[in-house]
Design a protein around this ligand. Structure first.
Ligand SMILES: [Zn+2]
Length: 389
């Protein structure tokens, strides 16, 4: 039995190097017979990880960047670290804790209750966006920040109306109400949002064209990441896909330039800013138990973290929190190679799991995010650090 495994792996690696990762990503592992192939990331190119030291000048941040890796448990983080030769930008974070992710009605949360915990500081039922267990609206940190004169922004690779970003905008009983969620963007004064979801704004049952309404409110509405990253000032609605953006590698550069653009625009405010960035699709690929996709999404998210770190290290007044809403897939790592970046993963689930997820903090106030904490505490601590009520 044992002697068979290296042969299978060798065969898989040879096969992959012949057919190339992208065709592999699309075709080969969709066949359930190729379970081992699907669970193997053969290795790829590495990127350089810069080192940043944490600014020690202030106790309270002026800005907060909350970065949510959807479905990002420790195995997802470590699969990326292995695939990048043993290093990630995440290593710059020295204050680390764990978040208890359960929701008000389930040991295992979904992204709606998880997002609401992180945005509003309340435990609610699975499926709820910005409402408590009694379906009453709860104010989220972005709304509080906006009211106090901070600039605010949201970036995601999924539709911007999907559960995690929606939790920072909307108050609806059910996460599936995408068109209602899109409508709630118009009721806010958000400065920048970039993600997928054009259909929810423009192909609606009520016949409204929300992009037109956004333009009337003064937003630049742009559909192409190249155009989006050229925006130097003003309000921006970047809608880069009809629904969710593609997964990696098909998506290409989107999350990194979107994060950079949001930072460029938000840092022009007088008072500071709150930005949420989601690596949404770590979760999507972990649901499918597809290791190459999980790894590539993790690396893309880490490179966006690198953008945030470069900003925070030079700015000195910015707190970055990186965490997850929950783990997806019950992923674990049964093998790997730092030299080639190869990762062999196994999964216990096609859904989410109940395990605690890591919390990484960098910058002023980061010392408050160590040890075990409730997911709701992350929101409460951020609100307190920005002086929000
Ligand atoms: Zn999920």
């Amino acid at each position: 039995m044992k002697s068979k495994i290296p042969c299978q792996l060798l065969f898989s690696v040879l096969l992959l190097s012949c057919i190339g990762l992208s065709s592999y990503a699309q075709e080969e592992y969709k066949d359930s017979k190729n379970k081992d192939l699907k669970e193997l990331y053969p290795g790829g190119s590495f990127y350089e990880v810069q080192h940043y030291s944490q600014p020690k000048t202030k106790n309270h941040p002026r800005n907060i960047i909350l970065m949510i890796g959807d479905g990002m448990g420790l195995a997802q983080v470590y699969s990326g670290m292995t695939a990048n030769g043993g290093h990630l930008f995440l290593e710059n974070f020295k204050n680390i804790g764990f978040s208890k992710t359960y929701s008000s009605n389930n040991y295992i949360t979904d992204s709606a209750a998880g997002g609401t915990a992180l945005s509003c500081g309340v435990k609610t039922y699975n499926g709820a966006i910005g409402v408590d267990p009694d379906k009453k609206p709860v104010t989220n940190i972005r709304e509080m920040a906006e009211k106090e004169g901070f600039k605010t922004g949201l970036v995601s690779t999924s539709a911007i109306t999907h559960a995690t970003p929606a939790s920072f905008i909307a108050h609806v009983d059910s996460r599936g109400s995408y068109e209602d969620i899109a409508l709630e963007f118009l009721k806010t004064n958000i400065d920048v949002f970039i993600g997928g979801g054009i259909k929810n704004f423009e192909e609606r049952k009520d016949g409204k064209n929300l992009s037109k309404e956004l333009k009337e409110k003064g937003y630049q509405v742009l559909y192409n990441i190249g155009d989006i990253q050229n925006v130097k000032s003003g309000k921006l609605a970047g809608l880069t896909a009809p629904e969710h953006n593609n997964g990696m590698p098909e998506r290409g550069e989107m999350l990194v330039p979107a994060t950079q653009t949001a930072l460029n625009l938000l840092s022009q405010g007088k008072k500071g800013f709150f930005l949420m960035v989601e690596g949404s699709e770590i979760d999507f690929l972990a649901h499918k138990n597809e290791t190459p996709g999980v790894v590539l999404e993790m690396l893309d998210f880490d490179r966006a973290i690198g953008i945030a770190l470069a900003f925070a290290a030079s700015n000195g007044e910015t707190l970055i929190i990186v965490t997850a809403d929950h783990e997806t897939g019950g992923m674990t790592l049964n093998g790997g190679d730092y030299k080639t970046g190869k990762v062999i993963a196994k999964y216990t689930s096609g859904g989410h799991t109940g395990i605690a997820v890591p919390v990484f903090a960098f910058g002023p106030g980061s010392d408050q995010f160590t040890g075990f904490m409730e997911n709701t505490d992350i929101a409460k601590k951020m609100m307190k650090l920005l002086g929000l009520k």
